[in-house]
Write a protein that binds this ligand. Structure first.
Ligand code: ADP
Ligand code: ASP
Ligand code: MG
Length: 411
């Protein structure tokens, strides 16, 4: 008898018919004798609707109250899913995050899980219930409802699998696995049978939203067996996220690149013509960090005239705040020639553990982009990734030509 956590995303539970279909799949697993914990997202579009509703009340919703509102989407789905399971003759019980209880810190909107009290779930499982848990939510030590960040139901699934020591965590979504890139952008993209945690983490953090970044981190930390599958197809094998050691195939040469990610959520802040003196980077970035704004890429160019240009990227939603901070808190001390923002950018990243043993990936990437006349504005590299910032309108073209250049469509 296996214990499996199955997480179903928004499109998989978008309406009563789809919820019924998911319930049937769960029933098939139960019939095999497995114990099943189901984690569900809100019906697709619902979380966005709830965020807009709050924004109709105020431009700047109080984070505690916003969490009270947006967490309701998942509460509807757990009830609906339990009803569907009961209709099929199964014993089913719904749990909100707080009822479980999934204890988080107090960071509303991006709370981190501190612990899970799995005792009552275990008892219900032993009593033959299918447990249906609301994704994306928990509660802090004071009992306030918290949410885990957009796409956070993946984290709930993986965290429950870790806490319950489940045999597998299955993430059911609207594609049948992890592809070499988003199949909606490159139809020739190919499903990967398996991918290493390290690569999946890099792809997710560079923008592949098929798995939420923190859920992959969690799975790596607690060695949760994680698989991405389609909720619309009958039992395919999906994509298994493996540890590098397990996935090495002696007979096969490792591919250089496993996948390509892209991200349209970043914006660029540039501070032009500042004195090229020690401490300038810290003067610019310290107030940004103090305001809790995450900075991703950073470049600094040395000018011939003793001045430097400093550029960094932040989330698009935070570009205006970052610009205001620089203008108000930093500019009086550094006297930059110009401060400007640009949210018309995209980041495209190629990812692969095979890169470690091969030089020239960056070169091939830059050459491929230049042959298409795509200008590279920023570059960052790690051991298993090369990322570039380009003008937003070139994003799709860049992903397509790189996918071809690295021969990702062929096995
Ligand atoms: P869910 O609502 O089930 O959580 P998401 O929309 O969050 O689903 O994630 C699934 C989507 O991720 C797919 O529809 C696909 O467009 C996108 N995606 C991005 N990159 C990839 C990739 N490399 N492989 C598969 N899907 C990807
Ligand atoms: N419903 C939440 C969202 O839309 C969480 C999730 O779907 O994973 O972000
Ligand atoms: Mg998702």
């Amino acid at each position: 008898m296996a214990l499996i956590v199955q997480k179903y995303g928004g499109t998989s539970v978008a309406n009563p018919d789809r919820i019924r279909n998911v319930a049937k799949r769960v029933a098939r697993h139960c019939a095999k004798g497995d114990q099943i914990v189901v984690v569900v997202s809100a019906m697709s579009g619902e979380t966005n609707r709830l965020v807009s509703l709050a924004n109709e009340m105020t431009k700047n919703p109080n984070p505690r109250e916003l969490d009270v509102i947006v967490s309701t989407g998942e509460q509807v789905t757990i009830g609906m899913m339990s009803l569907a399971l009961i209709e099929l003759g199964l014993k089913a019980k719904s749990y909100t995050g707080a009822q479980v209880k999934i204890l988080t810190n107090e960071a509303h909107g991006k709370a981190r899980i501190i612990g899970i009290d799995e005792d009552s779930i275990k008892k219900d499982l032993d009593d033959g219930y299918v447990i249906v848990v609301a994704g994306f939510q928990g509660c802090d030590a004071q009992g306030n409802i918290t949410t885990l960040g957009r796409g956070g139901s993946d984290i709930t699934g993986v965290a429950l699998a870790a806490a319950l020591n489940a045999d597998e965590c299955q993430i059911y979504t609207d594609v049948d696995g992890v592809y070499t890139t988003d199949p909606r952008v490159v139809p020739e993209a190919r499903r990967l049978h398996k991918i290493t945690f390290e690569e999946m983490l890099e792809l997710a953090s560079q923008g592949s939203k098929v798995l939420q970044t923190r859920s992959v981190e969690f799975a790596g930390k607690y060695k949760v067996k994680l698989r991405v599958l389609s909720s619309f197809e009958d039992e395919g094998e999906g994509t298994l996220i493996t540890f590098e050691e397990d996935s090495k195939d002696e007979n096969m040469e490792e591919p250089l690149i496993s996948g390509i990610a892209f991200n349209l959520d970043e914006a660029k802040v540039t501070v032009l013509g500042v004195p090229d003196t020690p401490g300038i980077a810290s003067q610019i970035l310290s107030p940004i960090a103090e305001a809790n704004i995450d900075v991703d890429m950073i470049i600094q160019n040395q000018g011939a005239d003793g001045t430097t240009d400093f550029t960094f990227t932040v989330h698009k939603n935070e570009m205006e705040i970052a610009l205001n901070i620089i203008r108000e808190k930093v500019q009086p001390n550094i006297h930059a020639r110009e401060i400007k923002g640009d949210d018309n950018i995209a980041k495209v990243s190629v990812v692969g553990v095979g890169m470690r043993s091969h030089v020239g990936i960056a070169n091939q990437m830059f050459r491929t982009l230049s042959e298409e006349g795509i200008n590279i504005q920023m570059i960052s590299t790690s051991e298993i990734k090369v990322a570039v910032v380009v003008e937003e309108k070139y994003m799709e073209l860049a992903v397509r030509v790189l996918h071809k250049a690295f021969e990702l469509e062929t096995v």
